[in-house]
Design a protein around this ligand. Structure first.
Ligand SMILES: *Cc1c(COP(=O)(O)O)cnc(C)c1O
Length: 356
């Protein structure tokens, strides 16, 4: 069983090297990167590779994932704004959380007092990407005031999120707006904020061209560390994109026509399939399906093979043109998009193997 396919292979030395490169890049500009593990479902191995690469704060969107990383010597940051009903666990397993709601902040304060702890809050401001955060600067400043007044809480800083929902690219202008609000909070409260958290891996192109304004001192990096990609999934110079690959096994290999015999019904997903007649083709069926991963997110490493479709548990490939004479039992490898990696990481049917 331990060698079974499908398997997602994760190259930890490459992940560590990506982390090292991004830590070096960020620290040269006075920025502390947070290593985000959510794509890897809070994998302990991935988190360790980040720490070996110089990361000092780990972040994840799910409190359950942070719970798994408690033994690691790093600060834990909860990325997704918490549910008030999770306040006790948030205070227990996260040192810092991103927040935008008074109701939840009050619940966190009560939970911190009950546990005799201090929980740190980064107040989120929405610069137009329209996911989390107060849209109005006055509301953001008011929340910062509230955090600084409530027992059990510490105002850690100000943050924003971009390029996640609305496709708003981190820019000198929007990052400067965040710095300006941070200055306003510092002025009104007479404090120095520890953190001004600009964006995700999507901000790395801006940093690389020297456009990130002074005052931004944190970036939250996931895709760049784990996959070497950032804004628009473009590769980040100095990182590797070969950190993960999916291996699947061929369970049938036969020559068949390319058009079904008397096709009149819908496929398993309720669609009317269309076929092009290419004559008799060599077709491989692999043991993975749409229950595991969306086929559009698979990138064959053998450029001569073509994904022609499949169903919940079967992936059908056309291997007629491949130089390699594939056989039943062979393994076929794919690179993955961010979405594909996320699905494979999450599927309990895909084994994970961490290469050291
Ligand atoms: C996922 C996430 C990140 C990391 O994004 P990457 O594109 O993987 O670098 C940063 N901040 C927040 C709030 C997130 O949800």
């Amino acid at each position: 069983m331990s060698q079974s396919l499908p398997c997602l292979f994760v190259d930890l030395p490459l992940v560590r090297a990506n982390a090292e490169a991004m830590v070096e890049l960020c620290e040269a500009s006075g920025i502390h990167p947070v290593g985000i593990t959510k794509l890897a479902c809070g994998s302990h191995e991935v988190a360790e590779a980040y720490l070996d690469g110089g990361i000092r704060t780990l972040g994840d969107s799910r409190i359950h994932n942070l719970e798994k990383l408690q033994d690691l010597p790093a600060q834990k940051l909860l990325l997704r704004i918490p549910a008030a009903s999770d306040a006790m666990d948030v205070v227990r397993y996260a040192d810092i959380s991103l927040n935008s709601e008074e109701h939840t902040i009050r619940a966190l304060s009560a939970a911190a007092v009950a546990q005799g702890r201090v929980h740190k809050i980064i107040v989120m401001h929405d610069l137009g990407d329209l996911r989390e955060g107060c849209f109005n600067a006055d509301d953001t400043v008011a929340l910062a005031h509230l955090v600084s007044e409530l027992p059990g809480l510490e105002l850690e800083g100000l943050g924003t999120n971009l390029a996640c929902y609305g496709g708003v690219e981190p820019s000198t202008e929007n990052q400067q707006q965040l710095v300006d609000i941070a200055h306003r909070i510092e002025h009104e409260l007479g404090v120095k904020l520890h953190v001004v958290s600009g964006a995700s891996s999507a901000a790395l192109p801006l940093l690389l061209r020297g456009g990130l304004p002074d005052g931004i001192n944190q970036l939250r990096l996931g895709a760049s560390l784990l996959m070497g990609i950032g804004l628009n999934d473009d590769p980040i110079p100095g990182t590797s994109q070969d950190t993960m690959r999916l291996g699947v096994e061929i369970i049938e290999l036969k020559e068949k026509p390319s058009v079904p015999v008397n096709s009149t019904a819908l496929d398993a997903f309720g669609n009317k399939p269309v076929f092009e007649d290419l004559g008799i083709r060599r077709r491989a069926i692999c043991a993975i399906g749409k229950q595991d991963v969306n086929f559009d997110d698979l990138i064959p490493l053998d450029p001569a093979l073509r994904i022609i479709g499949g169903s919940s548990d079967h992936l059908i490939l056309d291997v007629t043109e491949t130089a390699q004479p594939y056989q039943v039992g062979d393994t076929i490898y794919f690179a993955l998009s961010y979405g594909g990696a996320l699905q494979c990481m999450t599927s309990e049917y895909v084994r994970k193997e961490y290469l050291h």
